[in-house]
Write a protein that binds this ligand. Structure first.
Ligand code: GLA
Ligand code: ZN
Length: 672
């Protein structure tokens, strides 16, 4: 009897495209995979035409052959549904499945994701293919699970504005608002004569002559996210029904914004992520390491559980132009970083650099020649080192000390009106994240509907859209003893993206923060000097991008402006409320200012890191029951040192010398 949805023994894999290579080569590849410790292969996610060369004619024989060859070498398979690449026969027959961009142009065939995800005809073909594929592989003992489509939302930046999406959008709005009067009210359509007499009059947001309605845009972005979630659900329903023994996952892309990943991953067995630390064209400074760490923590946060990497960088990146080459040791350190943040399995993209198509320069473990070289050896060594511990690590995650609130709605609203031209939601969150990361404090990203009380510290930047329910959540979190950080642009708008007018900023949260903000300044091309009130702090501090000109109503001022017409006004405040403390940071603090404020925040919250380390060294923890594993990873090409705070009982199980890392070295400790 097959065990249901068991993937616990799979830890390292590769993405493989047998259809790109002669049949005679396959076995050489598979033997090399086995030799390097590969246990799982993902395949199929772009090969619709190979599986259905003509309408209704399914051919899985080639894939059967690849699956059984891998099986003979003890390697399991994840099948990707190939719906990211509809074939030419389908597009020619139904050109209306091609997506329409904001200019109203249909995009052409020849890339990928040239599909409209609401189109009913397209959905029928997707359903038929997924049904055939799932039925064919349901009982194949070598198939472990499925990946739906590929990077849903990718390449869909401003798609799709077609008539089918218009009808879907109208239906979505009708379900949300019930009456067109309610829609007009919520969108503030009295402005510029935008009233609608019926839902059928509403457009998709094609490019306008000038300006757009922020409320309509917010609903549009949320609709697009829901559409992608629904598109995936169609496939999930089929696979669940036909293949109850298999797991289902999807490869997300960290902070990509097209689809709400909390929603997208909810019906999945686990979340997966595609991790390319070299960036798309190879920028690799330390700050990117912070973003990479954050990507991984974000992925873990989608479902609050360990996850997979479905594509881990395995060489230089590039399509038309290329990035720098990862230096010896770096690929292994990046892969270990994924494990350290909670990956149970790391699948490398790709097995071999491709000789055909768009991605000829997106390098694989093997070079074009197919001869194993330094990347093969390096990753093989890393797999050999971590493999003995992966079964035990399975399912463990850090117990995060801090939660950073992440909301796609807030992000969308800030994208629609950034206010300051350089204000970016994710970048803003990552500033705070970076402060925790460099102090080795484990962090979760938490939805604003999620449970806050499990974190001693919650940081909620840019709480721009506010509802009574969300405000109450922050009140009760602090009342019960939490330490909360709120920032500039909080409580500005209601849930429909309309400015609130009943109180001064930050609205009802003013009572929690003990402040009021009757005036503000947008800092265009200027920073404003700030100083700490009372206690002396070393350094020169600046407010960047924004100044909230704060009036104290019970809070204490921590820092105040030194320049401009508001010199002397508070810029950062601290208030006690109930059993807790709330900070309000009325600006984007310069690096030094943020560092100084965070020192105080962390002291209030009683939060400290798992250790200290030289710059470029990352410390991470994974926990399961009473067991703990601590990782130290050197992301630099220099020797580096670190120290674990509560090292008592820790034993080094992988690595040579405690506290001292060679370039790109990885240490792993275990504690019962
Ligand atoms: C993405 C995709 C892959 C491949 C790589 C490299 O992450 O999922 O199919 O395109 O990027 O470009
Ligand atoms: Zn469409």
């Amino acid at each position: 009897m097959k065990k249901e949805r068991d993937w616990s023994g799979l830890h390292f894999g590769v993405d493989y495209y047998p259809e790109h290579w002669p049949r005679e080569r396959w076995e050489t590849d598979v033997a090399l995979m086995q030799e390097m410790g590969i246990q799982v292969v993902r395949m199929g996610e772009f090969s619709w035409h190979k599986m259905e060369p003509r309408e209704g004619e399914y051919d899985f024989a080639w894939l059967d052959e690849a699956v059984s060859l891998l099986g003979r070498y003890g390697i399991s398979v994840i099948l990707g549904t190939p719906t990211a690449a509809p074939p030419a026969w389908l597009v020619n027959k139904y050109p209306e499945i091609l997506p329409m961009d904001r200019q109203g142009r249909r995009r052409g065939f020849g890339g990928r994701h040239h599909d409209c995800q609401s189109n009913p005809v397209y959905r029928r073909y997707v359903e038929a293919l997924v049904t055939a594929m799932a039925s064919h592989f349901a009982e194949n003992p070598n198939v472990a699970g499925w990946q739906t489509d590929n990077e849903l939302g990718n390449s869909h930046g401003d798609l799709c504005m077609c008539p089918s999406c218009r009808r879907s959008f109208q239906g979505w709005l009708e379900k949300k608002y019930g009456t067109v009067e309610a829609l007009n009210q919520a969108w503030g359509t009295a402005f510029w004569s935008q009233e609608y007499n019926s839902f059928e009059e509403v457009f998709t947001p094609l490019v306008t002559v000038t300006g757009e309605n922020p409320s309509a845009m917010l609903d549009w972005k949320c609709f697009c996210s829901d559409l992608v979630v629904e598109f995936q659900q169609v496939q999930i329903d089929i696979i669940r029904r036909i293949c109850p023994h298999h797991f289902i996952t999807h490869n997300c892309m960290g902070f990509a914004d097209k689809v709400n990943y909390f929603d997208l991953t909810r019906p999945l067995d686990f979340a997966s992520h595609d991790q390319y630390p070299g960036g798309y064209y190879g920028k690799m400074p330390f700050e990117d390491n912070v973003r990479m760490a954050a990507n991984l923590d974000m992925t873990r946060s989608f479902k609050g559980q360990s996850f997979w990497i479905m594509e881990q960088q395995s060489g230089m990146t590039g399509w038309q132009i290329m990035g720098r080459s990862p230096v010896p040791g770096q690929l292994a350190a990046w892969a270990a970083q994924s494990v350290a943040h909670g990956a149970d399995c790391v699948v490398f993209f790709r097995w071999r650099s491709c000789c055909i198509g768009t991605e000829q320069y997106w390098h694989g473990i093997l070079p074009h020649s197919g001869r194993p070289g330094r990347r093969y050896q390096e990753l093989k060594d890393m797999i050999g080192k971590l493999s003995p511990h992966m079964d035990a690590l399975w399912g463990s995650i850090p117990r995060a000390q801090a939660g950073i609130v992440f909301s796609y709605r807030q992000e969308y609203a800030i994208q629609i009106q950034p206010q300051h031209p350089d204000l970016n939601y994710v970048t803003q969150l990552l500033k705070y994240y970076g402060e925790l990361h460099k102090r080795s404090i484990p962090v979760d990203f938490v939805e604003d509907t999620g449970e806050l009380s499990r974190y001693p510290l919650v940081i909620a930047p840019l709480q721009y859209l506010m509802t009574n329910a969300l405000a109450e959540k922050y009140f009760s979190y602090v009342r019960e003893g939490g330490t909360l950080v709120l920032t500039m642009r909080t409580g500005v708008k209601d849930e429909h993206n309309i400015c609130m007018s009943d109180r001064e900023l930050p609205g009802v949260l003013g009572d929690l923060c003990g402040i009021e903000i009757p005036d503000y300044d947008c800092l265009r091309d200027v920073n404003v000097k700030v100083s700490f009130v009372g206690e002396k702090e070393d350094g020169v501090f600046f407010a960047e991008k924004w100044s909230d000109i704060i009036t104290l109503l019970g809070a204490e001022a921590l820092a105040s402006y030194e320049e401009e017409f508001y010199a002397g006004a508070p810029c950062i405040t601290r208030n006690t409320y109930g059993k807790g403390v709330v900070y309000y940071i009325g600006t984007e603090p310069s690096q030094k200012l943020l560092e100084a404020v965070m020192n105080r925040v962390l002291a209030d919250a009683g939060v400290s890191g798992i250790g200290s380390a030289d710059e470029g060294v990352e410390l991470n923890i994974r926990q399961k029951g009473q067991k703990k594993w601590i990782f130290a990873i050197n992301h630099t090409n220099q020797e580096a040192r670190y120290q674990i705070s509560d090292g008592a009982g820790c034993k080094l199980v992988s690595g040579e010398k405690e506290g001292l890392l060679q370039p790109f070295e990885i240490h792993l400790y275990q504690k019962e």
